[in-house]
Each structure stands twice: as structure tokens, then as C-alpha cells.
Design a protein around this ligand. Structure first.
Ligand code: ADP
Ligand code: MG
Length: 140
């Protein structure tokens, strides 16, 4: 799909939220500024999270509690700054990925091999022009 501004990407993210089930992992791929965090913000809003979603670039991981839903948490991970695959262990990444009651979204998923989630989606973001992005959603 093509979006022509960030609100269109947010609309897409909001619509995509309906496809999410507890235990799903969403792997996001694409360069800096391609729209990954924008998309995550829309998902958070779609799940009823009122906190502002910041890019977890410096913290690597943040969890947001979801009220009145079969989904308990939205775990947002950004692997941009991960330097050593061993850091993933410290992050408790495999526990988050296998958390059957939450949704785990991972930006820069290509920074780690062998994430191997069982259920969820892979989403590819491509910068096409100042406000144009190509977004491809694949089911895992
Ligand atoms: P990433 O997390 O992939 O690094 P961000 O979502 O943080 O990217 O940033 C995307 C930037 O590009 C934002 O400043 C946003 O306003 C801008 N932008 C422009 N057009 C679009 C679009 N069609 N979709 C998403 N973001 C867009
Ligand atoms: Mg980001």
C-alpha cells in the first residue's frame, strides 16, 4: 500500500489493529524515518492506550498496559541501538515474544536474526518521497 502523509499511515495502523490477537508479534522493517513509530502510535491508539508513544530508541523497550481488553500489554521494542545479540537476553526478548497475552511490536527487527515468532505480521516500510511511503503487510 502507498500512503501520502503520516495521517494516512496512522489510518492504516488504526485499521490494522483490528487484525491483532493476543500473542501476536509484529516485526517492523525499514530505514530511519520510514514511518515505523508513526504506525506503532496508531496501533497504540487503536488499542485504547492513552499514553504518548515515544520512540523507545534509548530505552529499547516499553510496555503499555491495556485496559478492558483480552490483550494485556503492548510491548514496544526498538532494536536500532542493539549492539550485541546478547543484549536481547537482558531485554527479556524471548519472554516478550512468547507472551501469549500481549502484543509485541519490534522496530528494526532485522537487527536480530532468529526472532522466529510463531504468530503475527511482518511489515515493510519504504521511503518513496518526502511524504510518500510504501507499506507492505505480510502475515507470519
Ligand atoms: P521510523 O520509526 O521508521 O524511524 P517515524 O515514524 O519516527 O519513522 O518518522 C516518520 C517521519 O516521516 C515522521 O516525521 C512523519 O511525520 C514523516 N512522514 C511523512 N510522510 C509520512 C507517511 N506517509 N507515513 C509516515 N510518516 C510520514
Ligand atoms: Mg522509530
Amino acid at each position: 500500500m502507498i500512503t501520502n502523509n503520516s495521517s494516512e499511515t496512522k489510518k492504516l495502523g488504526h485499521k490494522f489493529t483490528k487484525k491483532l490477537k493476543p500473542g501476536n508479534v509484529v516485526l517492523l522493517y525499514g530505514d530511519l524515518g520510514a514511518g515505523k513509530t508513526t504506525f506503532v502510535q496508531a496501533i497504540a491508539k487503536g488499542l485504547g492506550i492513552k499514553d504518548r508513544i515515544l520512540s523507545p530508541t534509548f530505552v529499547l523497550q516499553r510496555s503499555y498496559k491495556i485496559e478492558d481488553s483480552s490483550i494485556r500489554y503492548l510491548n514496544h521494542i526498538d532494536l536500532y541501538r542493539i549492539e550485541d545479540p546478547k543484549d536481547a537476553k537482558e531485554l527479556g526478548l524471548s519472554e516478550l515474544i512468547s507472551d501469549k497475552e500481549s502484543i509485541t511490536i519490534i522496530e528494526w527487527a532485522d537487527r536480530l536474526k532468529n526472532l522466529n515468532p510463531k504468530m503475527g505480521f511482518e511489515i515493510y516500510f519504504k521511503y518513496k518521497g518526502e511524504n510518500e511511503r510504501e507499506i507492505e503487510i505480510k502475515k507470519i
